[in-house]
Design a protein around this ligand. Structure first.
Ligand code: NAD
Length: 277
């Protein structure tokens, strides 16, 4: 069964399910992405920070897939927020990926604590988009006040905001602000890097439906309308995580999963994260 597409606010379409490569070692990335392509994934989420854009590019080339049949996202690293650095970093991501255009390019973190204003960085992203280097641009880990400043001070609304979302951190306020302003939510660490998989509520639903807790959790994201890209280098899990479109969760199951929220982060808090690699 086919992966649905989401239409972003500038008309670009993105497959709702993709494959994430955070923590995939550079030397394993080509093979992992080739496996994902074989299974049927056509959307890859990488970042300069992951040091594996080149592996994604090699897989794309070796797969023989047409460029327009694969959606590729990369992200601007934290040290490159100044305009000139951002423009150069976009070119370097293109070179590493071996493509002329990214489908989506994101500011990886807002980094509010260093002395480059993320609004200035966003203006550089707008230039990158206008130069044709990315079909769409967006942000990642932006909180509501960060988004509000982009809306107030620039002409371009981010196409997406990629944030941590899973049953233990449902992140409703940031998602709702996005929905209200045409910013699609991408849910990172959709299974909380495995932390939700032993949850008894998820186990009960999974058992009843004859599915795994990973599939139930990913299906919950899909039915909420978020974009997801689980990561795994194990073929059986890569397949498992792709088999989400031949079953459905009831409203009651959806509510029970949403009710698991405990505002528990797996990753850093965007309001204080100022790491520069
Ligand atoms: P995830 O929630 O996708 O979990 C991945 C881990 O869960 C794997 O390492 C594996 O051990 C396990 N796993 C995966 N499938 C499984 C299955 N079916 N059964 C059992 N265990 C399974 O975590 P993630 O990799 O952090 O997030 C997914 C993607 O989101 C990343 O690869 C990256 O592309 C993106 N991401 C973005 C940011 C950001 O700041 N923008 C931060 C983190 C992740």
């Amino acid at each position: 069964t086919a992966v649905p597409s989401i239409t972003l606010n500038n008309g670009v379409t993105i497959p709702q399910l993709g494959f994430g490569v955070y923590q995939v070692p550079p030397e394993q990335t080509k093979d992992a992405v080739l496996t994902a392509f074989e299974v049927g994934y056509r959307h890859i989420d990488t970042a300069e920070m992951y040091r594996n854009e080149a592996g994604v590019g090699e897989a794309l080339k070796e797969s023989g897939l047409s460029r327009e049949d694969v959606f590729i996202t990369s992200k601007l690293n934290n040290g490159y927020h100044r305009r000139d650095d951002a423009l150069r970093a976009a070119d370097e991501s293109l070179a590493a990926l071996g493509v002329e255009q990214m489908d989506l390019f994101l500011i990886h973190w807002p980094l509010p604590t260093i002395d480059v204003d993320y609004v200035e960085t966003w203006k550089a992203m707008i230039e990158i988009h206008r130069a044709g280097k990315a079909r769409a641009i967006g942000v990642s880990n932006f909180q509501v006040p960060h988004l509000r400043r982009l809306l107030d001070e620039t002409e371009v609304v981010p196409a997406v905001n990629q944030i941590e979302v899973h049953p233990y951190l449902t992140n409703e306020q940031v998602r709702a602000f996005g929905a209200e302003h045409g910013i699609a939510t991408e849910a990172w660490s959709p299974i909380a890097q495995g932390a939700v998989l032993g949850d008894p509520v998820l186990q009960r639903i999974a058992e009843r439906l004859g599915r795994t807790t990973a599939q139930v959790t990913l299906r919950w994201h899909i039915q909420r309308g978020d974009i997801v890209f689980p990561k795994s280098v194990t073929r059986s899990r890569v397949e498992e995580n792709f088999a989400l479109f031949d079953f459905e969760l009831s409203d009651e199951d959806m509510d029970a999963i949403t009710g698991l929220n405990r505002d528990q982060r797996t990753g850093p808090d965007p309001d204080v994260f100022d790491y520069i690699p």
